[in-house]
Ligand binder design. Structure first.
Ligand code: NAD
Length: 323
């Protein structure tokens, strides 16, 4: 049976026969599928009404196995949405100049509405220089300083995909976020900082915690919303949480398998930054790992690409309004 996503609380019996309330599971996989369906409809309308097919170019430098899987998934989902996918796989020794040259070509290519450079880049390449070379209006990862700055001053921007996905899950679950106390744990430019900006724009009272913050348990205990983006397995304990808090777990951490025999064979499992089993006894709602935030990231990349394509119509002043 699919886990309840909205409005339904799971109730289970414990060994004493008491009813134990568990947090609502926020099903990112199902929500991402709904977004992808909306995107397919949007793309079909753009093709039909404007002869415009959104296009996403993804650049991968080197052969990092995890990055190769991400890039392949992005290409498959882009095509499945009815969009054009342009894959550029470059050898690890590609020079920065050659990479910048390719980005300039893609900036000038009218078929390409979004450009994504898969990170991390090899050490000899200046990541900031590469990200800065992407036209801000094609920067569907939202990492360009222009987009980061627009987000920071509350102006419309292309927004980093993972925090955008977290915000969508929060709105889907809570509706308005106005007045909520939100704690973002982590201040990276990819997740924590843009997440905090989005929550501020949504009228939350926002606290950002990081590696030098003191007394994380007490910060957690005051938060209606906790977004954990740290990269430390099960850092956030159930007992730290305010009862009924909504917990968004961004972390993806590989740890040894639960079964000692499997662990001895080197088998692993994925856990988040939140101690899930404890937290679900206290929180009002929580994203599982995997199956929570993860599936939202590529869905939001497609969302940003369609947004960037629609913006080209607005710039041509056809009267089409970007969402
Ligand atoms: P990062 O390493 O860039 O940033 C980690 C942040 O955690 C830093 O700001 C640091 O100050 C903070 N931190 C470290 N120790 C801390 C502590 N003890 N208490 C409080 N804060 C502490 O990581 P990132 O790129 O932001 O990613 C964070 C996690 O999210 C990772 O597990 C990553 O794999 C995952 N992630 C998932 C997705 C997704 O699609 N689901 C996308 C991006 C990142």
């Amino acid at each position: 049976m699919a886990p309840p996503c909205n409005g339904l609380e799971e109730a289970t019996g414990n060994s004493e026969g008491d009813i134990v309330r568990e947090a609502i599971l926020i099903d990112g996989k199902a929500f991402a599928e709904r977004i992808r369906q909306d995107i397919r409809d949007d793309v079909a309308a753009l093709r039909r009404d404007y002869a415009l097919t959104p296009g996403l170019a993804v650049i991968l430098v080197g052969e990092d196995p995890a990055s190769s899987i991400y890039v392949r998934n992005k290409g498959e989902q882009t095509r499945a949405a009815g969009m054009q996918s342009f894959a550029h796989h470059l050898p690890a020794e590609t020079s920065q100049n050659d990479l910048l040259h390719l980005i300039n070509q893609l900036n000038d290519d009218n078929r390409v509405h979004g450009i994504l450079v898969q990170l991390p880049l090899p050490g000899h390449v200046d990541t900031q220089a590469v990200l800065a070379a992407i036209l801000p209006e094609k920067d569907v990862d939202g990492f360009h300083v222009i987009n980061a700055g627009q987000l920071a001053v509350g102006q419309p921007a292309l927004t980093p995909c993972t925090p955008l996905g977290c915000l969508m899950l929060l709105h889907d679950h809570l509706g308005s976020l106005r007045g909520k106390r939100a704690l973002v744990i982590g201040r990276s430019t990819i997740v924590g900082r843009p997440m905090a900006q989005l929550l501020l724009t949504a009228d939350c009272t926002v606290t950002i915690a990081h590696r030098y913050s003191t007394d994380l348990p007490s910060l957690c205990s005051e938060a209606d919303i906790v977004v954990a983006a740290v990269g430390i397995p099960e850092l956030v304990k159930g007992a730290w949480l305010k009862p009924s808090a909504v917990v968004i777990d961004v972390g993806i951490n590989r740890v040894p398998a639960r079964d000692p025999e499997l662990a001895a064979q080197g088998k692993t499992r994925i856990v988040g930054d939140v101690a899930f089993e404890e937290a679900r006894q206290i929180a009002g709602a929580i994203t599982p790992v995997p199956g929570g935030v993860g599936p939202m990231t590529i869905a939001c990349l497609l969302h940003n690409t369609v947004k960037a394509a629609k913006a080209t119509l607005s710039r041509r002043n056809t009267g089409f309004r970007a969402a």
